[in-house]
Design a protein around this ligand. Structure first.
Ligand SMILES: Nc1ncnc2c1ncn2[C@@H]1O[C@H](COP(=O)(O)OP(=O)(O)OP(=O)(O)O)[C@@H](O)[C@H]1O
Length: 255
């Protein structure tokens, strides 16, 4: 299992307010890493930094040992990203949009047509492929985002909130797809609030609180070290304020 992306001592602030503090993570081939943390913990900022979208950062991001600034275009061509939104070109059909992506990414036509058809079928979109994207539901649009993120067979795949907007059938299908990509060698980073999904799919876990890593490591080691049975218990132990939990339990207890 080789290290493909190393994020070293990353610091990022907005208007002088520290958002990410001394954040380090390593992504490995054939490995699923997951970021967990509260709303506003800094997960999206960390991801945006790894995508090379943030300016004025301190720290280094090394792709196969070289700073991503060295050849950002090459790095970007090896990177896939599935965002937590469904922004698409509304006036194109799914097929037109995916063909457009295949062409702009300079993928051989035979390859992107095969991948697109296969994924449209697996994700139950094939019969809608010639409909305009503006007629798609939120979940259908998320599925098009999924195909867009992997159409070029990236070496690193970053997924923000993989389960958002997907029905249970699709969550199970997407989980299998992510595991298949991992088994084929892709280095995968997820950011999710879904602890059950994270527990089921992750090889390693990083928990962030207020921009700082609280704990990071292989899932099984982490559970053992924290002496807990599952990820929810681990998360409670590492990240939750036990007094707050107690006050929730007292919600009707005013007597
Ligand atoms: N462009 C920006 N300008 C100023 N502050 C920002 C900006 N983007 C994010 N922040 C702040 O950075 C912090 C981290 O935000 P971020 O979106 O990275 O959190 P997150 O962990 O992804 O949260 P969530 O789980 O709610 O999506 C928050 O306090 C947010 O208000």
């Amino acid at each position: 299992m080789s290290e493909i992306l190393q994020v070293l001592d990353l610091n990022k602030d907005y208007n002088g307010k520290p958002i990410i503090k001394d954040f380090s993570i390593t992504l490995r081939n054939a490995h699923i890493s997951t970021l967990l943390g509260h709303n506003g913990a800094g997960k999206t900022t960390a991801i945006r930094t790894m995508l090379g979208l943030e300016e004025k950062i301190n720290g280094e991001i090394l792709f196969k040992g070289k700073n991503i600034k060295h050849d950002y275009k090459y790095y970007k061509s090896k990177l896939g990203f599935i965002p937590d939104d469904d922004e698409l070109f509304d006036d194109l059909t799914a097929m037109e949009y995916l063909n457009f992506l295949g062409k702009t990414r300079k993928i051989p036509k035979k390859d992107y047509v095969n991948i697109t058809n296969h994924l449209l079928d697996v994700l139950d979109l094939y019969s809608y492929r010639n409909n305009l994207l503006k007629t798609y539901s939120h979940g259908m649009r998320r599925k098009v985002q999924i195909i867009s993120g992997i159409i070029h067979n990236p070496e690193i795949l970053i997924i923000d909130e993989p389960t958002n907007g997907l029905d249970p059938d699709m969550i199970i299908t997407f989980k299998e797809l992510i595991k298949t990509l991992r088994d084929l060698g892709t280095a995968i980073l997820l950011s999710t609030h879904n602890l059950e999904f994270a527990e089921n799919i992750s090889d390693s876990i990083t928990i962030i609180k207020n921009g700082e890593i609280k704990i990071s490591g292989l899932k099984q080691h982490m559970l053992k070290e924290l002496q807990v049975n599952n990820l929810e218990e681990a998360y409670i132990k590492v990240n939750l304020d036990s007094q707050k939990l107690q006050s929730i339990r007292n919600v009707f207890n005013y007597a």
